[in-house]
Design a protein around this ligand. Sequence first.
Ligand code: SIN
Ligand code: FE2
Length: 211
Amino acid sequence: MQDLFSETRPHKQQIAPDIWLLSNFVDTKPLLSLVDTITQSSPFRKMLTPNGHYTGVAATNCGKFGWVSDKTGYRYSPIDPINKNQWPALPSTFEQLAKDAAKSADFENFCPDACLINRYLIGTKLGSHQDKNEVNFKQPIVSVSIGLPAIFQIFGSQRSGKAINVQLYDGDVMVWGNSSRLIYHGVKALTENSLDPNQKQRINLTFRKSH
Ligand code: SIN
Ligand code: FE2
């Protein structure tokens, strides 16, 4: 559910060079039921990081490769380390959405082979980082927001400092690549939405070409 302000936003907005916000781009209801199916075989889990802490965000994956973290580091794996099976296949709806969004942001021929699914509960944040575990950085990143609104922070070429804050609502898609492919970015702690107190989470789908 979106607030009244969001209804007045442009459909496509350039946030910075090679960073686009596609507002209200997709109906998320069908996406959520696909996420439910995926998590029946590959459930959400917090991952151990090399510094010995668990991620605040719970995550799973679908597609040929999944992003995983453990005490040895971050990488892409074709296997879910929990159930030792391949990750669930990338649903065609997801693939088409990622391609359509990339194209709308002028990135032609995006062919994602990985979809990271993040779940944020109230109070969960994601610290500033670069997406740099992929083999090549020629393809963009497509990031879909489902559920509660969140503030996406773009720090640019430095890990910290002054950020561009982008309010993301259910159905919004961010696309970044080329000169901005390696920007530092993060997500502020999720807060409850007083207009919609039954909503308790935000899900984010991040599509990437990992190999
Ligand atoms: C990420 O950077 O991995 C997730 C971004 C988001 O949740 O919007
Ligand atoms: Fe990221």
